[in-house]
Design a protein around this ligand. Structure first.
Ligand SMILES: [Zn+2]
Length: 494
């Protein structure tokens, strides 16, 4: 038997009881008046695959417009890389999308059409990449097992009149406040709470069972899920007011932990790859950049590798108002030696740009700059799904007053998925150059990529208006753009 579990079994777990995607505390359910976010989705009463696609779009749009998404390209790249690696083993050929929510609570959620949200608090709380992957695998399993549509169907057989849009809105507010989410879902109706709970527990068990297999197939330690949830339950045992959100939405009974362990034990032991240092760097980044007010070494030097320590020192430099050239050499070295991920190179690019912004008497940075761009070229050709390198190269070119070079780089490294940040960057550059019409067109594409069609249309109209005012200077570009834009729109609407 596994160590954590053994320890847990010897203790009495707190009596926490939960529901599948959203918690349910009866007393609160009936007392709260809930404001539902407007998803702008058709309020259909059927959960068909076509409807699910539309709901996925509405859900994504709502995430971007009504919630605080983490916009750091590095953190997003990292989560998406793990997410898609796990999703490749879901056994289903469907689309998944991963977004990072700026929220310190330890939580994750699954929305319609493969949209998965990961809280920054979860990234900070996991100890290994496998633990992070285990939560992602669990959420992926909720999607492959169609728990959302089954839940909806179940609700309708129970005589509730909840619409699909309400169900989705409830997930959205539920991820911030699970109680409010469930209250919204119930709409004040006294539903058979016991039955709801039973239904939810069944979904949770199923997501564990399927999720652990997905996790294993993706090459991660299958024990990671029991490890993580066990540790959280353990830590919160003595403080029921500080139960992590994820335990509220994912009841961790002793029985459930045993089942998770048994499931992992029944899988043949894997040769586990050595842990990637990326998680360590991402945590440094999250801790230092997002809470600049208390920048300090959050781990003692001895616990970090030399390169990780260097990453941390340079991240701290980045948060200073007047950063210095200090620690740039070790970063250059790490960048040159690291081919399995671009994080050192990316930070080097950020540091050079930052130094140029902050310092009047700047020493010559050419040697760092040339090396960083050389490595960036390499990384951008290897990691064709990542966006951070391109964004940071563009920032450096902008700072060097070479906007056309920045545009060229971004156009050479177009990304099919998650193009929001890149299109916004292009809009920013055209705006700086004073080419308003093209800036609007790229803003339109950015909004299209998050399914915010109304806003997108507004930007296209603005582009046309400016272009007319300038006697059609950009007629050709606009026409080319509109053709492509409408093609994409058609694909999205089919
Ligand atoms: Zn779950």
């Amino acid at each position: 038997m596994h160590k954590t579990l053994n320890f847990l079994l010897s203790q009495k777990l707190p009596a926490i009881f939960f529901s599948a995607l959203l918690i349910l505390t009866p007393s609160k359910v009936l007392s709260d008046a809930i404001h539902l976010p407007d998803l702008g989705a058709p309020d259909l009463s059927l959960y068909t695959p076509e409807a699910e696609k539309k709901f996925g779009q509405a859900f994504t749009r709502s995430l971007h417009t009504e919630f605080k998404l983490n916009q750091d390209p590095e953190i997003n790249d990292y989560i998406r890389q793990i997410g898609h690696k796990v999703a490749m083993h879901s056994g289903q050929n469907r689309e998944f999308s991963f977004y990072v929510i700026e929220n310190d609570s330890i939580n994750a959620f699954a929305g319609p059409n493969g949209v998965i949200g990961i809280h920054t608090g979860l990234i900070k709380a996991v100890k290994t990449e496998a633990e992070l992957a285990s939560v992602i695998a669990h959420e992926i399993a909720h999607i492959t097992q169609q728990h959302l549509s089954r839940r909806y169907l179940y609700n309708s057989t129970q005589g509730t009149t909840t619409s699909v849009a309400t169900l989705l809105a409830a997930i959205l507010i539920g991820m911030v406040d699970p109680n409010a989410g469930m209250a919204a879902l119930m709409g004040g109706q006294s539903l058979n709470i016991e039955k709801q709970l039973k239904n939810s527990r069944q979904h949770e068990n199923e997501a564990d069972y399927v999720g652990i297999k997905i996790l294993y197939d993706a090459g991660f330690n299958a024990h990671a899920m029991a490890d993580f949830f066990g540790r959280l339950a353990d830590e919160s045992r003595n403080n029921e007011f500080q139960i992590p959100e994820i335990l509220r939405t994912h009841p961790m009974s002793t029985n459930r932990l045993i089942q998770a362990e048994n499931r992992a034990n029944n899988l043949l032991p894997l040769k586990i790859n050595p842990p990637s240092e990326q998680l360590s760097l991402i945590k440094i980044r999250l801790n230092q950049l997002n809470s600049q007010r208390n920048w300090h070494l959050n781990r003692t030097k001895g616990e970090l590798s030399k390169a990780e320590h260097c990453y941390q020192l340079n991240t701290i430099e980045l948060t200073k108002n007047n950063s210095s050239i200090k620690h740039l050499n070790c970063l250059l070295k790490a960048s040159n030696e690291e081919f399995t991920h671009p994080l050192y190179t990316n930070l080097l690019l950020e540091r050079i740009t930052d130094l140029k912004i902050e310092n009047k008497n700047l020493p010559d940075l050419t040697i760092y700059e040339d090396a960083a761009i050389k490595m960036a070229k390499l990384h951008d050709s290897i990691y064709t799904q990542r966006i951070a390198t391109s964004v940071f190269v563009a920032d450096l070119f902008i700072q060097n007053q070479r906007p056309t070079q920045a545009i060229k780089w971004l156009s050479n490294h177009k990304r099919e998925k998650y193009s929001f940040a890149l299109e916004n960057k292009l809009a920013e550059i055209y705006d700086l150059m004073g080419v308003q019409a093209l800036a609007y067109l790229h803003q339109a594409t950015a909004q299209q990529s998050i399914f915010n069609f109304e806003r997108s249309k507004h930007f296209i109209d603005e582009a046309k208006r400016i272009n007319d005012k300038n006697n059609g200077t950009h007629n050709e570009e606009i026409q080319k753009f509109l053709t492509k834009y409408e093609d994409t729109f058609k694909k999205l609407s089919d």
